[in-house]
Design a protein around this ligand. Sequence first.
Ligand SMILES: [Zn+2]
Length: 300
Amino acid sequence: MNNKKLRVCHYPQIPCKPFIVEVNDLNEAKLIFKTLADYDLFQFKNRIKPDYCNSTILEEWDKEKQKWLSWCDEETGIDDLRQYFEFIESKLDNCILSKKEIIERVRNCAGLIDIKEDEKHIYAYDEQENKHCYFRFLENINFEEIFKFGVQEVDKERFFNILKTLDLRLFLMPEKIYFINNEEEYSKLVEEYPSQFMDLENAVGINWYEDNIIVINVLLIRKLTKELIEENPHFSYEKELNIGIWQTLIHELRHMLCDSAVIIYDNEVPIEEADEKKVEEYCREIFEDKVRKMDYICFK
Ligand SMILES: [Zn+2]
C-alpha cells in the first residue's frame, strides 16, 4: 500500500503541540486515528477534560526534502485517510476495475493478440484458448445491451439496480446473456451459434465460453419450480422462480469470471474458486447476503 515512513500527528486541543505516533502502514494509521478520537471522546464523556477541538493528520517522510509532509495517496490523489478508506472499501465492495486498468492488463497479457478498442470494450484474440475475448469497461455498464430476455417479462429497472450492487467484474466478459423461455427461442439461438449446444432437459444454465455467451434456461427453471410447489404447496411460485433465475445467473456469471479471466490476477480470484462447489457457494452467499435483502422479485 505504501512503503514510505509514516506518522500520525494528533492535536488533542487545537492549537497545541501534536502527539506523534510512527506507524508501519495505512491500516495501523487508521487504527491509531480511531483510537485517539475514541480516547478524546471518552475523556470528555467522563469529565476528564472539557469540550475540545481535536484534529489528526497523517504525514509521510519525504526523502528528497528531508522532512515530514502531509500524506497523499499518489494513485487517487486522496489526502484524507478516512476518505481514502471509504474509497477502498467501496471499491472492494463492487470489485470494480477501471477502464485504464482493463486496457493496461489486456495490453500486457501474454497470448492476447489483435487487440482492438472502442469506447465500451476492448477485444482481443486469445492464442492459447483459440477464441475471441471480449472485455467490457465496467463504468456505466449498459445492462440493456447485455440481456436478451426473449418473451420473459421482467421489471428491468429493479433487476438492473440489483445487478449494479454486485461485483461488476462478473460483467467483464459475457458479451450477451440469453434467457430461453421456449424451444423456439432455443432453436433461434443455436442458429446464431451453430457450434453450441445445451441440454434443455437437464441444464438450468450454461456458459458458451467460445462465444462469450451465458444462457439461462428459464424453461427448465419454471418446470423445476412447478415440481417444487407441488411438493410444497405453501411455497410461492413467483418467489421460487425468481430465486431459481437469480441463483442460476449468479452461478454462471461466476463460472465465466473464474474460468476465463485471463486478465484477473490469481490474488483477486484464486484458481480454486473455479471449482463447481466453490462457485455454488459463492452464488448462495451473494444471493443471501445481497440479492435476498433487496426486492428481488423481477420476473413474472
Ligand atoms: Zn456450475
